[in-house]
Design a protein around this ligand. Structure first.
Ligand code: URA
Length: 461
């Protein structure tokens, strides 16, 4: 891997009338977007560079962001914005490695621990995989918080440490490097306070700028939709997926998006140490079927995109054999050890933090068997948040031990008195509050409910 610094940026004076390389000013760029015109690649590279350098003020960028929300951006313009963002920081280059590097992004959801399964699985298949992740906020958890529930685990590796680790064991699971795409952090913070987060080209450029800077040649995007997801319906998810795939392909990467519903949590565990434990179970072949199905689907596309499998059937067979041989779990233990964690948790997950209070959630209504029709992902996420598994603000501390383990998922039969879930809490009072929430999350019915299938929609060639 080599790390390249972004190129020299234009050094215009600090003024609203600063000139872009093309001889226009920020006011003119805002005006053009306001009227529905498109900014050129040169304009957008200038805007991103000057904003990151503090030479264009927040109020002007806010006006431009709002104009983008109303007027949208074409394909070429969105790609140019993404490239302009990437140019504000360093980029990683893995071209010296013998096999193509792969990467993945998930739009996030409740109980989503797919990266913990996918990264060691693909590394065990021989594909270098550096996954940069974020922290959780609100009802969705973050991969970094999950990893930090492993005693000693360090997520803050420098580019040099990442390089050395990938050359040695083929993978790393780390925090987003601040050297990569500094424009994204600044723009995202501004979007957050100017009601401009939910704008498709801005979301697509934000996500893909980090993927492009990460340097992988093959990228799979895990785009979720539904009540517990960022994208509420399949049509919106398809549109975002298409925009991201086009950016990636426009930048010369091989990209595919996999769409999956997020109406109920993924897997059965929600909460940091509980999710690590479930990921380990999955790597050892005993995890929940939906988690393995999604990890396998994403892994198959990565093998195909990287040119490392003839077809989906052989990719699937190979990844399943790697899991069954124990090589993927072994690779996870190596990754944990390399990043300062206790690798013994893979053999003995009981070494992970455990909550002092564990109570069942039992459905009291009726003397007949019923079927689970709904498990509201959002409500489960909120219950875990209130237990202390997540954070409401960026600085809230989290408790690695607490969370929820679902015993029943959509399509499961429930006999009278059978537990629906298990609460892992710090105190009896917190456990009882979460129990009340969980009873709201579950909707049961007397008629049989089919188990959801794992048919995924794929966007990209
Ligand atoms: N995730 C990102 O990284 N950026 C966005 O704009 C939205 C979600």
């Amino acid at each position: 891997m080599s790390v390249e610094k972004g190129g020299d940026r234009a050094s215009a004076p600090r003024s609203g009338e600063a000139e872009t390389g093309a001889g226009t000013s920020m006011v003119e760029l805002i005006e053009r977007k306001k009227r529905g015109g498109a900014l050129s690649a040169e304009d957008l590279t200038w805007l991103c560079g000057e904003y990151t350098a503090g030479r264009v003020p927040d109020y002007q960028v806010s006006a431009w962001l709002m104009a983008v929300c109303w007027r949208g951006m074409g394909e070429a313009e969105t790609l140019a914005l993404t490239r302009g963002m990437v140019a504000t920081g360093a980029t990683l280059d893995w071209s010296h490695l013998p096999r193509p590097a792969v990467d993945k992004h998930s739009t996030g959801g409740v109980g989503d621990k797919t990266s913990l399964v996918l990264v060691p699985l693909l590394a065990a298949a021989g594909l270098p995989f550096v996954k940069m992740s974020g922290r959780g906020l609100g009802h969705t958890g973050g991969t970094l918080d999950k990893l930090e529930s492993i005693p000693g685990f360090r997520v803050g590796l420098s580019p040099g440490e990442m390089r050395a680790q990938v050359e040695r064991i083929g993978c790393a699971l780390v925090g987003q490097s601040p050297e990569l795409v500094p424009a994204d952090g600044q723009l995202y913070a501004l979007r957050d306070v100017t009601a401009t987060v939910d704008c498709l080209p801005l979301i697509a450029a934000s996500i893909m700028s980090k993927k492009l800077a990460g340097g992988a040649g093959a990228i799979v995007l895990d785009v979720k939709y539904g009540a517990g997801a960022f994208m509420r319906d399949a049509a919106a998810a398809r549109e975002l997926a298409g925009a991201m795939v086009r950016i990636g392909e426009g930048a010369g990467r091989r990209v595919r998006a996999v769409l999956s519903p997020m109406d109920e949590p993924l897997g059965k565990a929600v909460g940091n140490a509980l999710e690590v434990r479930e990921a380990i179970e999955c790597l050892r072949g005993s995890g929940p079927a939906d988690l393995w199905a999604l990890a396998l689907e994403l892994g198959v596309h990565l093998l195909l995109l990287a040119g490392e499998a003839e077809d989906a059937y052989s990719a699937r067979t190979r990844l399943t054999q790697i899991r069954d041989s124990g090589a993927a779990a072994q690779r996870f233990a190596e990754l944990i050890a390399a990043q300062g964690g206790d690798p013994a948790v893979v053999e003995s997950p009981q070494r992970l933090a455990q909550a002092p209070v564990v109570i069942p959630v039992t459905f009291a209504g009726g003397a007949e068997q019923q079927w689970v029709a709904v498990v509201e992902a959002r409500t489960v996420g909120d219950a875990a948040l209130e237990l202390g598994a997540g954070r409401r603000t960026k600085t809230d501390p989290i408790d690695p031990s607490v969370g929820i383990r679902l015993r029943k998922k959509i399509g499961d039969r429930v006999e009278p008195g059978e537990p629906l879930a298990e609460i892992h809490a710090r105190t009896e009072d917190e456990a009882r509050a979460a129990e009340r929430r969980m009873l709201e999350a579950y909707h049961l019915q007397r008629d049989l409910v089919p188990t959801p299938g794992s048919g995924y929609e794929v966007v990209g060639s």
